[in-house]
Design a protein. Structure first.
Length: 314
């Protein structure tokens, strides 16, 4: 489903948080039958961060985004936390984060797996169109709690982290020009985690369908934005696998060099990966006012989401 009703809002600032503990590929060599070279060739990952709680990492990233924006925390109307690894089944971890930040606003969890942050970003623009002024969107995960550290096919991939953004109402047309969200429930068993169990993944099925899902979401959002792929200054993709991103960029006709990649140092952080990659590009000076950004991802479900924005943040 797509819509031509684009709200007047912009992403004002971003913030991130990563645990202190670093687990390298060489560390994993001591745990399972794998090697640094094998992991790098198949995923692009060199190391990942492990530790903390979802609420703690979310609050840390959110605090950074709030401080960078300069907004009064009391002016935040809603907190949306995208996560597949909440601290508890009930209540929503968003409520815990709200309390940690001292906010008094609506708060809810959103689970669209690795597409979650983009889902949350699009939802925030919708809430602003209906009357809210400022929304805090966070993607935060502690996937290490759901990982089987004896399974070499999954333990090399997943990690912990958080990224956050402040979305605020604007007088003009806003920064969101096109978007698309999708889900294919027929593929839900390609990547899943039952209650009190560990992540199960069918790697080949994920790879094949992820490339197609990312391409479709990106093309639909570009079409809505009335932009061609060559108008994109930076791609901010979900950090699942370097080869998936390379293949998706190739199919879209966008040079891979335009992609912001942090997977080599963060691993797959699910809903946190896109804001982590965005903040990394911003701190490196790769994001400037007026740049067209394509945020695109896929996740368990199989969900997919993309958003085309013009950067108008601080």
């Amino acid at each position: 489903m797509t819509s031509t009703a684009i709200s007047g809002a912009r992403m004002l600032s971003v913030g991130t948080a990563l645990p202190d503990k670093v687990v390298t590929n060489h560390d994993l060599e001591q745990m399972v039958d794998t090697s640094h070279q094998w992991i790098v060739e198949r995923s692009g990952i060199h190391e990942r961060r492990i530790g903390g709680s979802t609420s703690g990492l979310a609050a840390e990233a959110a605090q950074m985004a709030i401080e960078r924006s300069g907004v009064d925390p009391a002016s935040i109307d809603l907190l949306i936390l995208a996560t597949t690894s909440p601290d508890r089944q009930v209540p929503a971890t968003a409520s815990t984060v709200q309390e940690l930040l001292g906010l008094r606003c609506g708060a809810m969890d959103l689970n669209a797996a690795c597409s979650g942050f983009v889902y949350g970003l699009i939802a925030a623009h919708g809430f602003i169109q209906m009357g809210h002024s400022r929304i805090l969107v966070i993607g935060a995960e502690t996937l290490s709690r759901l990982t089987d550290w004896t399974d070499r096919s999954t333990c090399i991939l997943f990690a912990d982290g958080a990224g956050a953004a402040i979305i605020e109402k604007t007088d003009g047309p806003g920064d969101l020009h096109g978007w698309h969200v999708d889900s294919n429930g027929a593929l839900e068993e390609a990547l899943f985690c039952d209650f009190d169990d560990k992540i199960q993944m069918a790697g080949q099925a994920i790879f094949k369908n992820a490339v197609l899902a990312m391409e479709n979401a990106a093309r639909k959002s570009l079409e809505m934005a009335n932009l061609s792929p060559d108008a994109i200054d930076l791609v901010v993709p979900h950090q699942a696998n370097v080869r998936i991103v390379e293949a998706s960029c190739k199919r879209l006709g966008i040079p891979y060099e335009k992609a912001s990649m942090v997977i080599h140092k963060t691993g797959n952080t699910s809903s946190a990966s896109i804001p982590l990659a965005l903040e990394d590009a911003w701190t490196q000076g790769r994001v400037n006012k007026g740049d067209n950004l394509l945020l695109v991802g896929f996740g368990a479900g199989m969900t997919s989401a993309a958003a085309v924005i013009t950067w108008d943040g601080i």
